[in-house]
Design a protein around this ligand. Structure first.
Ligand code: HEC
Ligand code: HEC
Ligand code: HEC
Ligand code: HEC
Ligand code: HEC
Ligand code: HEC
Length: 302
């Protein structure tokens, strides 16, 4: 039996015991943070917090956010292998932790047109050689922070450079390593606290590239607002337009992820976030994971 119908039922007609149980549990989730270091990270805690109080389902039938990878270096790692797995070079590894420290999400996902789905873009060596996708930067010519960015997929780059990207399963191919690279960055519940890294000025993500037109959609200015859940005991969720726009511009969310603006009509729920829609399009894959409940639900408020 799929749990969502049960869940919806409880949202419309809750028994008071369900609310109390869920409330107590959300509180536990929020206060666990200090002790286990990563609140609600374990699947059983997730079940306990989201599902058990609201339903009487057995754990096997439930639906919860998967825990983020054990190693924060693997969070946001994309293995690109549409065309390269059968070549001698092997699949390509792309890391968000390295690139997001240097560039905004908007630059890559709007101006350069990368899909927000692993292997969704269909990048080929030929388009890279034409200066698109990875080749917009990795052309062996573009300067960044005073250095030339290494080239890709071209006869002019040497074999050692090929392995820096075509690196799956190859030891020693890469120059940058997560722990050394992020050692001075502020850390959050899970991995780097990117919001703090940006506001403290540790990183200054670049939002445009010379020679690449900036794609902007005219949208009326937005104020910060809080999102109210349908359940009365869930306090308004924290959401800052201003902070999100710094990374994502407007175009990454409007209109694909949140098509409803300027009318607040999106009926989202935690289930949909867990499926990777709405907030879950980024949170759970690249932005902090959905398991960090209190980063969206003010701590102690639910
Ligand atoms: C340097 C370019 C670049 C930057 C900066 C960047 N991304 Fe990506 N992103 C990519 C590429 C490349 C992919 C994989 C696309 C493919 O495989 O076709 C990707 C994939 C994704 C995915 C899908 C991951 C998956 O496992 O399915 C999400 C979500 C995403 N990016 C969000 C973000 C967010 C949020 C930011 C900013 C914090 C960001 N990206 C910054 C290039 C970038
Ligand atoms: C917006 C510019 C930009 C785009 C687009 C981009 N990169 Fe990068 N990438 C960089 C910069 C800058 C560095 C740091 C280079 C340096 O310091 O040598 C880098 C570093 C890397 C590294 C680290 C290599 C090492 O030795 O540790 C890998 C791997 C990499 N990029 C893969 C990719 C792949 C794959 C794509 C396309 C899917 C891509 N990049 C798209 C700018 C970009
Ligand atoms: C900046 C990262 C990067 C570097 C460096 C790089 N590649 Fe690629 N390459 C890619 C990406 C991304 C793909 C697409 C992978 C896929 O979908 O399987 C790719 C695909 C390929 C393919 C698959 C065939 C095709 O038509 O797409 C070949 C062959 C290839 N690269 C050759 C090379 C060679 C040779 C070098 C070194 C001279 C090199 N690449 C260096 C990123 C890189
Ligand atoms: C991270 C995603 C995200 C980004 C980035 C984003 N928005 Fe939104 N925006 C939302 C959400 C969520 C809503 C509420 C939508 C709903 O409930 O239907 C919204 C609603 C709006 C609304 C309607 C507000 C109201 O009071 O009715 C406007 C206008 C808007 N956004 C403009 C912008 C502009 C301008 C930018 C860029 C500066 C931007 N947004 C960037 C997520 C985003
Ligand atoms: C397009 C990608 C994207 C979407 C969609 C998105 N976020 Fe974010 N969000 C980010 C990024 C990037 C950050 C920076 C921190 C990080 O990466 O961990 C962030 C940070 C945050 C923060 C911390 C900022 C602060 O105020 O201190 C909160 C809270 C947050 N998001 C809530 C939400 C909620 C709620 C939604 C859905 C309504 C949402 N986000 C949708 C990308 C996204
Ligand atoms: C990225 C931000 C974000 C994170 C992290 C997050 N939530 Fe939510 N949550 C939301 C939003 C937005 C809503 C409002 C959905 C709606 O419109 O009803 C919500 C709603 C809820 C609701 C009300 C029922 C529903 O689905 O609308 C519950 C219960 C809930 N969250 C529990 C949790 C728990 C437990 C965690 C940690 C495992 C968590 N949330 C993590 C953003 C988040």
């Amino acid at each position: 039996m799929f749990i969502r119908s049960k869940f919806t039922e409880l949202i419309t007609e809750p028994a008071s015991g369900d609310y109390e149980g869920a409330e107590a549990c959300m509180h536990t989730c929020s206060t666990q943070r200090g002790t286990i270091g990563n609140e609600c990270r374990l699947p059983f805690l997730m079940l306990l917090c989201v599902l058990v109080p609201l339903t009487s389902q057995a754990p096997g039938q439930t639906y919860a956010p998967p825990p983020p990878p054990e190693q924060p270096s693997d969070y946001g790692k994309v293995v690109i292998e549409n065309y390269s797995s059968n070549t001698g070079l092997g699949p390509v590894v792309f890391d968000h932790w390295l690139h997001r420290s240097k560039f905004t999400c908007r630059l890559c996902h709007v101006d350069l047109g990368f899909a927000m789905q692993a292997n969704g873009t269909g990048i080929a060596a030929s388009s890279i050689r034409e200066g698109r996708y990875c080749g917009a930067c990795h052309d062996g010519k573009r300067l960044f922070e005073g250095k030339t960015i290494f080239g890709s997929c071209s006869a002019e780059s040497n074999g050692k450079e090929c392995n820096r990207c075509h690196s799956l399963g190859k030891r020693g191919a890469r120059k940058y390593h997560y722990w050394a690279f992020t050692s001075k960055f502020p850390k959050g519940v899970y991995s780097v606290d990117w919001e703090a890294a940006e506001s403290e000025g540790r990183i200054k993500p670049v939002d445009s590239l010379e020679g690449i037109p900036v794609k902007r959609v005219p949208i009326p200015t937005a104020d910060d607002f809080s999102i109210k859940a349908d359940l009365p005991w869930v306090h308004p969720i924290l959401f800052s337009h201003e902070k999100h726009a710094r990374w994502n511009g407007c175009e990454l969310c409007h209109r694909e992820i949140f098509p409803a603006a300027p009318k607040k009509t999106v009926q989202n729920s935690m289930f949909l976030h867990i499926e990777g829609r709405y907030c879950g399009a980024c949170h759970g894959k690249v932005a902090f994971p959905l398991n960090n409940c209190s980063q969206c639900h003010p701590r102690g408020s639910i």
